[in-house]
Write a new protein. Structure first.
Length: 546
């Protein structure tokens, strides 16, 4: 019966892996946009490898900006910038060349000297290109970052107005405008950011546009007679789910299409975020920050504005990875002696397919989420753990399925150096299982603690952990609790951390976040095979004492 259940579990895992990928390739119908053309779009040029506004001496050549604006010219009427430094002072002249207007951004931060330098440069630029500049945004989310008081922002806005005569505004999240209403007296129009994904109460895609429009109406009531402009509105195509707000290609397309229709119907003044994906923003906002663009880093359109679309047009690479995994597992098994029987071979094929398809998803996750060498090493290390755990676990289960003995129990990390006693069978595989299980427990505990205390910009690394968690659970089930060895303190402490913290994450994220619920399930599936034998052993000891 156990052998049949393990085989059924692996068949379900293989089917689930295929089903997940297949669902990403199914065409989804969402409303068409009235036009693929937008009024204005945020433009930052830092889309190429190594480009970031935080790099000392960073400078974007005018040739790159010119090429970027040429790509945007048939998609928008206007571009919004955020600074005039690092080569961005070339934008007004080049925008005029392509028939674009500019919402000129003036970056205001903590440093008064740098602010003055930015102001002087922006004033000169604005006066030199008055025919191109539709308005000037003095400061972006400065109140949100708590870098200047509203009085200083009001002073800077008035100064810019006096020295240029151009329409002047300040841009921030809508809540900060409502908290600082007197600031409106110093600007020509109020510029608010409406980002339903990022709000303290994240909005699912079905409520995102109605919520944004309701907030816009609330802001308009707070500033009667004042022109209200949406300074940023958009949806990410990748990253973590926040409560019920899920990024994705389909959801981004749905949001932008629905917004385009609402903007046309209500004749809104707006700017969408943003033109190109910005990889550098992942450092500030997690993986999500890099994927708000209408165009990717290569300048390719990320989704169409009419017709059905798929979440992942290249979804077939997942099943192909599964077939490669099945072939690899079988080849490794056939190269060993004794070779697997029919039942063992079937088990290996199912396990290999599930692992291969899941590792393909893990590769996508690593590309999306890895921001530096350390994170590449962490994601790469966990990918290696997953691959080894999947392969070695499948080989051990195949041998057990063919009747060649129970799978070995993982050795506690503290016992790895214990010498083998005379007559004791080889513990090589058990040691490997011990190392892999400890690495999985340690990584899961670290991820879980970070998701409890610092979750906003952190992702759920589900693919890499799914493989070893399922592998160790099936090995424990096949072996039986009566043969479970006494575990070390390290494993038990890590298992308790994982088991206790995972439900906290799910409660904080709410049941709307399916990723949090899946992480909870994986956490308990990892921790319980470690903790339950201890409970069983203690209960047995108490019974004998009684």
């Amino acid at each position: 019966m156990k052998r049949a259940l393990v085989l059924a579990a692996l068949a379900a895992a293989a089917a689930a892996a295929f089903g997940w990928w297949h669902a990403r390739g199914e065409a989804v119908t969402v409303m068409d946009a009235p036009s693929p053309h937008f009024a204005c779009v945020s433009y930052a040029p830092y889309r190429k490898p190594g480009q970031t506004p935080f790099a000392k001496g960073a400078f974007i050549p005018p040739e790159q900006i010119d090429a970027d604006l040429a790509m945007l010219a048939d998609r928008v009427d206007c571009v919004r910038t955020y600074s005039v430094d690092q080569g961005l002072d070339a934008v007004p002249k080049l925008a005029g060349k392509h028939g674009l207007k500019v919402l000129l951004g003036v970056w205001i931060g903590r440093n008064a000297i740098e602010n003055e330098r930015e102001m002087a440069k922006a004033i000169a630029l604005a006066n030199a290109h008055r025919d191109v500049i539709a308005g000037v945004i003095v400061g972006n989310e400065v109140l949100l970052r708590r870098e200047q008081p509203p009085e200083e922002l009001a002073r800077l806005a008035r100064r810019f107005k006096v020295e240029t005569g151009l329409p002047v505004t300040y841009a921030d999240v809508w809540e900060f405008w409502l908290r600082n209403r007197p600031l409106a007296d110093s600007v020509d129009f109020v510029t608010v950011h409406l980002l339903p994904y990022w709000e303290d109460d994240p909005q699912p895609i079905g409520r995102a546009i109605p919520h944004a429009l309701a907030v816009l109406d609330e802001v308009a009531k707070a500033f009667p007679g004042k022109r209200i402009v949406i300074g940023e509105i958009g949806w990410p195509s990748a990253g973590r789910t926040r409560e019920g707000a899920a990024p994705g290609r389909v959801n981004q397309a749905r949001f932008m299409r629905e917004f385009a229709a609402a903007a046309a119907a209500r004749k809104l003044d707006y700017n969408v975020i943003e033109a190109f994906d910005q990889p550098w923003k992942r450092r500030l906002e997690g993986a999500t920050g890099g994927y708000w663009g209408l165009l990717d880093v290569e300048g390719n359109e990320k989704f169409p504005f009419r017709g059905a679309l798929e979440e992942d047009p290249g979804w077939k690479r997942g099943p192909l990875g599964g077939l490669a995994g099945a072939a690899a597992f079988l080849l490794v098994a056939l190269a060993r002696s004794p070779r697997p029987g029919v039942r063992g071979a079937l088990l290996l094929a199912l396990a290999g397919f599930a692992c291969g398809a899941t590792l393909a998803a893990q590769w996508d996750y690593a590309i999306e989420a890895s921001r530096d060498g350390l994170e590449w090493a962490a994601n790469g290390g966990m990918t290696l753990v997953a691959a080894l755990a999947g392969l070695l676990g499948a080989l051990a289960l195949a041998a057990w399925s063919d009747g060649r003995g129970d799978p070995p129990a993982p050795v506690a990390i503290a016992d790895l150096r214990r010498p083998r006693h005379a007559g004791e069978p080889s513990r090589t595989l058990a040691k490997w299982f011990g190392v892999l299980r400890f690495a999985t427990l340690f990584g899961a505990a670290l991820v879980t603690v970070l998701l409890v205390f610092d979750a906003r910009y952190r992702d759920f690394p589900l693919p890499a952990y799914a493989i070893p968690v399922v592998a160790f659970a099936l090995l424990a089930f096949a072996r039986g609790s009566e043969r479970a060895p006494r575990l070390g303190l390290e494993e038990r402490v890590l298992a308790w951390i994982v088991a206790l913290a995972a439900p906290v994450i799910a409660v904080k994220e709410t049941v709307a976040n399916h990723d949090a619920l899946w992480w909870w399930a994986l956490a308990w599936l990892l921790a319980l095979p470690v903790l339950l034998p201890e409970f069983t052993r203690r209960a047995g000891g108490e019974t004998r004492e009684a």
